[in-house]
Design a protein around this ligand. Structure first.
Ligand code: PEP
Length: 278
């Protein structure tokens, strides 16, 4: 479990201690058809049973493309696998004339638990605003799922505003659309680190995660700030996962490319082995 030390934070009282179950999430992006998806989940399940992964110590979620969800859902249910199912996007609309969109109700019916909203590839490639991201988060919550709100600065933002300002602003606007009591996960993903092989340092990730958590105290109060999981994403690999997981405010990882390689993803999930090793 990760803790919530407030080293280096401002003069405020420390947050109440709250255990946060680490979450390792695999975003497959637009990869794998439904047959390949079944094969990957089967291999992952075997790999994790081999290493006797303790799912109560770290939750594992996979985010396949929409067309794979039904197949993966069926497999998880039939084989009673402890993996959690996520979707990569959702429509902000309930139903109707929105060709190509997938509603939150449709996803919930497939036992989807988490929905990515605001991934930088959707913000950049589909012009999604912070407000749209918030409306998507609200739609996911309204159907009983937990939105995973992705935030992160570009290289130009980093130069101009520093690391935390843009992620904090993105989160603030998105949360304005979400009911006060809604559960959510935050994924801090510096855009310059996604798919580049150039991950942030653990200290950079911790600085932004801590700033986000401090800001959550203002937006949602201490209890929600203490219980909300904040993940790091951007070129996470088995080589660097331990450094991120040692940070008090980083509660897991959103993994893109490496989640498609079963052995590598399994090693990432087994981060505890390396965390204590120093
Ligand atoms: C992502 O797609 O969210 C991501 C972090 O990708 P990668 O791990 O490949 O950088």
């Amino acid at each position: 479990m990760t803790g919530n030390t407030q080293e280096g934070a401002d003069a405020r009282q420390p947050l109440p201690f709250m255990e946060r179950t680490p979450l390792i999430a695999g975003n497959w992006k637009m990869n794998l058809d439904h047959l390949q998806a079944i094969a990957l989940v089967q291999k992952l399940a075997w790999g994790l049973s081999d290493v006797r992964h303790d799912f109560s110590a770290a939750e594992v979620a996979v985010f396949p493309p929409f067309t794979d969800l039904r197949s993966v859902q069926t497999l998880l249910a039939a084989d009673k696998l402890s993996l959690t199912l996520g979707a990569q996007d959702v429509s902000p609309h309930e139903a109707g004339a929105y060709t190509g969109d997938i509603s939150a109700a449709m996803l919930a019916k497939l036992d989807v638990s988490y929905v990515l909203v605001g991934h930088s590839e959707r913000r950049q490639g589909h012009g999604e605003s912070d407000e749209t991201v918030g409306l998507k988060a609200r739609a996911a919550h309204a159907s009983g799922m937990v939105p995973m709100i992705c935030v992160g600065e570009t290289a130009a933002d980093l130069e101009e505003h520093g690391a935390a300002a843009i992620p904090v602003a993105q989160l603030t606007t998105a949360l304005a659309q979400l009911p006060e009591d809604a559960e959510f996960v935050v994924a801090y993903e510096p855009v310059w680190a996604i798919g580049s092989g150039q991950a942030a340092t653990p200290e950079q990730a911790e600085d932004v995660a801590r700033a986000l958590r401090e800001h959550l105290r203002d937006l949602r109060g201490d209890d929600r700030a203490a219980r909300t999981r904040i993940l790091y994403g951007g070129s996470v690999a088995s080589q660097n996962i331990a450094g991120f997981m040692r940070q008090p405010n980083v509660d897991g990882a959103l993994v893109g490319g490496a989640s498609l390689k079963v052995d590598e993803f399994t090693r990432i999930i087994q981060f505890q082995k390396h965390v204590t090793a120093g």
